[in-house]
Design a protein around this ligand. Structure first.
Ligand code: NAG
Ligand code: NAG
Ligand code: NAG
Ligand code: NAG
Ligand code: NAG
Ligand code: NAG
Ligand code: NAG
Ligand code: FE2
Ligand code: FE2
Length: 471
C-alpha cells in the first residue's frame, strides 16, 4: 500500500512535471531558431580510414623523393610562403628552387631539416623552406628534390592587402583520412567558387585515435592533402587531435607531431608561439586562436590577442575573421558548451571590435548562427539569453571534413534561437569576399554535385555596413 501510494504520488508529480515541461517546450517552440535541415545522407561508406597503402595517399616514385608537400603563408601579408616536404630515407637536398611564371630567373631558398621521435615512431626528414620577397598576385613555380625525382608545383600569391580586392577562402575542418575526407578535398578542388587558400579549422590526421598515436597516420594524411595543399596555402588552426599529449607513452610534451610537420608565420605576427597568430590576405585580417593553449587573462595568448585586434585596420583589411577549433555557438549535443571558456574570455572583445565571422570546427557537422552575443550576463543580473546583436559576428561551424569518428548527428531540441541553420553532413565551406561591404558564404555537402550550394548567406561587413541586419 505504501508502495502504491508513493508510486501514485510520484506519478502525479510526474504528470505535473510533464505539464510544466510541455509548457516550457511550447514556449521554446514559439521562439525557436532557424532551420534544422531534414536532409539525411545515405550512408554509403563506413567511417573508416583508407588503408595505409591506398593510392589516395600519393607516394612518388623514388625511395627518397620529396613527399607530403604542402605550403602555408610565410609572412604577415602574403609575399612569403613556407614550403614543407618530407624525404623518408635521408636528408637529401634541402633547397627549393622557384621562379615566377614568365621569368627564366631561378631563385632558391635553403630549408631547415628536422626529425622527431614519438613513442617507437621515427619521422622522416622534415624540410621547411621560407621563400620570400615574392610579388603579389603572381604565379610561381617551385621545385623540390633534385635530379630525375625532382617535383614541380605552383601557387599564386594573393593580391596586396586592400579593401576591395576580391578573395575566396575555402573552409575545411576535422578532415581525417576516410573515403569521405578524400571526397571533401575533391569537392573543394572542383567547386566552381574556386577557393584560393584554405582556412583549416583544426583536427588534421586523427592519428591519435590509433594505438600509440600511430604517427604513420600523420604521414598518410600529408600524402592525402598534398593534391591541394602543395598548390595553395592551407592556414593551420590547432585542434584537440593535434595535442598528442600521452605521458603514458613517454610523450609528456604536447603538439610534438603537429609542431614539427606544420609551421606557421607566427613570428611575423608578433606572436610567441606557433599556435596563435594572424595573417593578412587580400581584404581579410585573419586571427587564428589556440583553444588548447592557455588563453585566459594574463596568458601570453590573451595579451597578444588584445594587442593584435587593436592593430586591425579596417580601411586596409575590412574583413576581420577569427578562427578557433571549438565552436562558440553550437547546438549539437556533441561538444555542447565546450566553447564557453573561450566565449567568457573573448566574446566582449569580438563584439567591441566588430569581428565579422568566427569559424570553428570540432563538432562534426555544419551550423550557422545569426549575429548573436551573450555579453550582458554578469552572474547576478539574470540576463543569460543570447541576444541578436548587430555588432556581433556570425558563427560558422564547418567541422564536417569527414573523419573516422563520423558525423555528430544528435541536435539539442528545440533548435535554439541563435542557430540559423544546422545539418550533419560532410562537406566544405567557401567564403567569397567581393568588396568591403559584401561577402558570400556557401556550404556544400559532399552528397551533392560540386556546384550545388546547400546553405548560403550574404554577409555584410560590420565596419563598412554595420546597419544591415539581414543576418
Ligand atoms: C611500435 O609498438 C607497437 C606496440 O608494441 C608495435 O605494434 C609496432 O609495430 C611498433 N612500431 C614500430 C615502428 O616499431
Ligand atoms: C605572365 O604571362 C601571362 C600571359 O601573357 C599573363 O597573363 C600573366 O599576367 C603574366 N604574369 C606575370 C606575373 O607577369
Ligand atoms: C620568411 O621570410 C620573411 C622575409 O624575410 C619573414 O618576414 C618571415 O617572418 C619569414 N617566415 C618564417 C616562417 O620564417
Ligand atoms: C589604414 O590603412 C589605410 C589604407 O591602406 C592607410 O591609409 C592608413 O594609413 C592605415 N592606418 C593606420 C593607422 O595604419
Ligand atoms: C550586474 O547587473 C545588475 C543589473 O544591471 C547590476 O545591478 C549589478 O550591479 C551588476 N553587478 C556587477 C558586479 O556589475
Ligand atoms: C531567444 O529567446 C529568448 C527568450 O525568449 C530571448 O530573451 C532572446 O532575446 C532570444 N534571442 C535571440 C538571439 O533571438
Ligand atoms: C559589393 O559587392 C556587392 C555584391 O556583389 C554589390 O552588390 C555591391 O554593389 C558592391 N559594392 C561596391 C561598392 O562595389
Ligand atoms: Fe576537435
Ligand atoms: Fe574533430
Amino acid at each position: 500500500m505504501g508502495l502504491l501510494a508513493s508510486s501514485s504520488s510520484s506519478s502525479s508529480s510526474l504528470v505535473a512535471v510533464t505539464v510544466v515541461l510541455g509548457l516550457l517546450f511550447n514556449a521554446a517552440v514559439l521562439c525557436h531558431g532557424g532551420i534544422s535541415s531534414s536532409y539525411r545522407r545515405v550512408a554509403t561508406e563506413l567511417n573508416i580510414d583508407m588503408p595505409v597503402d591506398s593510392d589516395t595517399f600519393y607516394v612518388p616514385p623514388g625511395e627518397n623523393t620529396p613527399q607530403q608537400v604542402h605550403i602555408t603563408q610565410g609572412d604577415h601579408v602574403g609575399t612569403a610562403v613556407i614550403v614543407s616536404w618530407i624525404t623518408p630515407k635521408a636528408p637529401g637536398f634541402s633547397v627549393v628552387r622557384y621562379w615566377s611564371e614568365n621569368s627564366t630567373k631561378i631563385r632558391w631558398a635553403r630549408g631547415t631539416i628536422e626529425t622527431y621521435r614519438y613513442f617507437n615512431y621515427t619521422s622522416g626528414y622534415i624540410h621547411h623552406a621560407n621563400i620570400s620577397n615574392l610579388e603579389f598576385n603572381s604565379k610561381y613555380y617551385y621545385k623540390v628534390g633534385a635530379g630525375k625525382y625532382a617535383r614541380i608545383f605552383w601557387f599564386v600569391t594573393p593580391p596586396a592587402p586592400g579593401p576591395d580586392v576580391p578573395y575566396t577562402f575555402g573552409l575545411i575542418g576535422d578532415l581525417g583520412q576516410t573515403y569521405d575526407s578524400s571526397i571533401t578535398i575533391t569537392h573543394y578542388q572542383n567547386d566552381p567558387l574556386n577557393g584560393q587558400a584554405v582556412l583549416f579549422l583544426g583536427d588534421l590526421s586523427y592519428a591519435d585515435d590509433y594505438p600509440f598515436h600511430d604517427n604513420v597516420r600523420w604521414d598518410t594524411w600529408g600524402r592525402l592533402v598534398e593534391r591541394s595543399a602543395a598548390y595553395q596555402p592551407w592556414i593551420w588552426t590547432v585542434g584537440n587531435h593535434e595535442i598528442d599529449w600521452a605521458p603514458q607513452l613517454g610523450e609528456p610534451v604536447p603538439f610534438v607531431p603537429f609542431s614539427h610537420r606544420y609551421h606557421t608565420p607566427y613570428e611575423a605576427a608578433g606572436s610567441t608561439a606557433p599556435f596563435w597568430y594572424s595573417i593578412k590576405r587580400g581584404p581579410a585580417h585573419v586571427i587564428i586562436m589556440a583553444a588548447y593553449s592557455a588563453f585566459g587573462k594574463y596568458s601570453p595568448q590573451y595579451s597578444w590577442f588584445n594587442q593584435e585586434i587593436q592593430k586591425v585596420n579596417r580601411s586596409e583589411t575590412p574583413w576581420l575573421i577569427v578562427i578557433m577549433h571549438p565552436p562558440t555557438y553550437n547546438s549539437y549535443q556533441s561538444h555542447y558548451m565546450e566553447g564557453e571558456p573561450m566565449r567568457a574570455v573573448y566574446e566582449n572583445t569580438f563584439v567591441k571590435y566588430k569581428v565579422d565571422i568566427v569559424f570553428a570546427g570540432h563538432v562534426h557537422a555544419y551550423e550557422r548562427s545569426i549575429r548573436v552575443s551573450n555579453i550582458k550576463y554578469n552572474i547576478t543580473n539574470g540576463l543569460c539569453n543570447p541576444v541578436k546583436d548587430l555588432n556581433a559576428p556570425v558563427y560558422l561551424t564547418v567541422g564536417d571534413g569527414g573523419n573516422l569518428e563520423g558525423l555528430s548527428t544528435v541536435m539539442t531540441e528545440p533548435q535554439p534561437n541563435y542557430s540559423a541553420f544546422r545539418e550533419p553532413s560532410f562537406g566544405h565551406g567557401m567564403l567569397e569576399i567581393k568588396n568591403r561591404t559584401h561577402a558570400y558564404f556557401a556550404w556544400h555537402r559532399n552528397d551533392d554535385g560540386y556546384a550545388v550550394v546547400a546553405d548560403s548567406v550574404w554577409l555584410t561587413n560590420r565596419f563598412w555596413y554595420p546597419t544591415d541586419d539581414s543576418n
